[in-house]
Design a protein around this ligand. Structure first.
Ligand code: XMP
Ligand code: MG
Length: 185
């Protein structure tokens, strides 16, 4: 077998390569570790499925004690058009009340998903509630949501890899790449 990594033909271009992502994730982990240094009871809540790789890499770089948990959400609509309706498919197992909660999300697009999560988690009265988002498409924002830790801003293109998918494909590519428009439009 060849070690050469093939770029699938549906990919337009690589936006963020493995090294660039790894360096940024290390920075984010250092910031999070510094900020939560003297608080115990930190819970990372990853949003499935998109955040699973980011979450794994971020968590393993943290120098503060933490738990990991996950939630799964679904938008009622499919594809890239979002009307803001979000549904909880799987809740956390951890009781968030009184704990320091950090939501770990793959990408911020319209903002509806993160806004929904912040509202349902706030109602559980955590000791603190912050957000860590790998990617943001600022041009697409419909509703402003607070992001405490941000990896990268990207243009309004559909991206895949490093956890992100198109119809559940391309999730485990090691880089983040733009799909060819004809694939998703
Ligand atoms: P909202 O619009 O609620 O969307 O901020 C956040 C969710 O939309 C998905 N999303 C993407 N997923 N490539 C993906 O794989 C993308 O370019 C993309 N843009 C939005 C994602 O599930 C995120 O949680
Ligand atoms: Mg997704």
């Amino acid at each position: 077998m060849s070690n050469e990594r093939l770029i699938p033909e549906e990919i337009e271009r690589v936006l963020l390569d493995e090294e660039t992502i790894a360096a940024r994730v290390r920075d984010l982990a250092a910031q999070v570790s510094a900020d939560y240094g003297d608080s115990d009871d930190l819970v990372l809540v990853g949003v499935l499925k998109g955040a699973f790789i980011f979450m794994a890499d971020l968590a393993r770089q943290l120098s503060v004690p933490h738990r990991v948990d996950f939630i799964a959400l679904s938008s009622y609509n499919k594809g890239s058009i979002s009307d803001g309706a979000v549904r909880l498919i799987m809740d956390t197992r951890t009781n968030l009340t009184g704990r320091h909660v950090l939501i770990v999300e793959d990408i911020l697009d319209t903002g509806y998903t993160l806004d929904y999560l912040l509202r349902i988690f706030r109602a559980r009265e955590p000791a603190s509630l912050r957000t860590c988002v790998l990617l943001s498409k600022p041009e697409r924002r419909k509703i402003e949501v607070p992001v405490d830790y941000l990896g990268f801003e990207i243009p309004d293109v559909w991206v895949v890899g490093y956890g992100l998918d198109y119809a559940d494909r391309f999730r485990t590519l090691p880089y983040i790449a733009a799909l060819k428009r004809e694939v998703y439009v």
